[in-house]
Design a protein around this ligand. Structure first.
Ligand code: F6P
Length: 327
């Protein structure tokens, strides 16, 4: 929407799963806000904090030294209460009580849906996509994805050492909820023999064939990357292989929450800084109800209504590339 009222106070919150780079983005929001003479409040604990009214004013020094830290200094949460109309009403009451003119929400698809709900009820909001899953419509990349990929690649490089030494096949589960993005990208940059993703059905026979062929071609290991949303899951596949006695030995590693932590990479710090800056710029230019989206190398305003009503499709070209390069 176009803003009619002059903005004097903004609040920033982080919601859903934390993503490396959230802090760099909070820093950018606060400092860009201050340069524009805004009062900037941090909401502690995501939408739960909004409902409780846990706000604190942030100055330039409060966000010093946080750029290089993973997690979020504002804390985050997955709020059930905020999904209910009562929770949203209470949040809006707190927003009005604290004279907050606009909100900046960092988070994944659920959090951006929440942002859209507030916008529909008259609260000016700008969303910023932050989720390691990279499953948000309207942006090429989300904050946190690059760091998560670096963490995964680092782990797989280590796992390959032991896989090779024992000629084992390693099943490695990556996060990503219903999206195979992290897994296919990993397949390419970690040199996996095979990738299983929710978007493509794969049978145990195909897995067995791929691993056998890899060994026949002289490989000393097989790295199979499995997205957490894939069917069969990594755990199911490990049990199936065990039962079927396929003639090779496997080990299962679920990378888990390690993928969400750690120092944000240079790319994530850059993306987070640019998006935080742009979010405030959009508000200052009178625009809300949008998300900062990376389009090529440009940060554009994508309507939140489009973000919440569309599904981001995974480009299967990644899948194809990982298959070709696994020779
Ligand atoms: O959305 C980020 C993510 O890490 C997903 O990859 C994963 O499925 C989910 O969050 C885990 O959520 P929680 O932190 O609630 O356990």
């Amino acid at each position: 929407m176009g803003l009619s009222k002059k903005i004097e106070t903004i609040a920033v919150l982080t919601s859903g799963g934390d993503a490396p780079g959230m802090n760099a983005c909070i820093r950018a929001v606060v400092r860009t806000g201050l340069v524009n003479d805004l009062r900037v409040l941090g909401v502690e604990g995501g939408y739960e904090g909004l409902i409780r009214g846990t706000f604190k004013q942030l100055g330039a020094r409060d966000v010093g030294g946080i750029m290089q830290r993973g997690g979020t200094i504002l804390q985050t949460a997955r709020s059930k209460n905020f999904r209910e109309p009562n929770g949203q009403r209470e949040a809006i009451r707190q927003i009005n009580n604290a004279s907050i003119d606009a909100l900046i929400v960092l988070g994944g698809d659920g959090s951006l849906n929440g942002a859209q709900r507030l916008e529909e009820q008259g609260v000016p909001v700008v969303g910023i996509p932050a989720s390691i899953d990279n499953d948000i419509y309207g942006t090429d990349m989300c904050i946190g994805v690059d760091t998560a990929l670096n963490t995964i690649v680092d782990a797989i490089d280590k796992l390959r050492d032991t896989a090779s030494s024992h000629s084992r096949a390693f099943l490695i589960e990556t996060m990503g909820r219903e999206s195979g993005f992290l897994a296919v990208q990993t397949g390419i940059i970690a040199g996996a023999e095979m990738v299983l993703i929710p978007e493509v059905e794969t049978s145990i026979e195909e897995v067995a064939k791929t691993v056998e062929e890899a060994y026949r071609r002289g490989k000393t290991h097989a790295i199979i990357v499995i997205a957490e949303g894939a069917k069969p899951s990594a755990t199911e596949l490990a049990a199936l292989i065990e039962e079927s006695d396929l003639g090779f030995s496997t080990r299962l590693t679920i990378l888990g929450y390690i993928q969400r932590g750690g120092k944000p990479s240079a790319s994530d710090r850059m993306l987070a800084s640019r998006m935080g800056y742009k979010a405030v710029e959009f508000l200052m230019a009178g625009t809300s109800g949008v998300m900062t989206g990376l389009n090529g190398n440009e940060i554009i305003a994508v309507p939140l209504s489009e973000v919440s009503s569309n599904h981001k499709e995974l480009s299967l070209e990644y899948y194809q590339i990982s298959k070709v390069l696994a020779r």
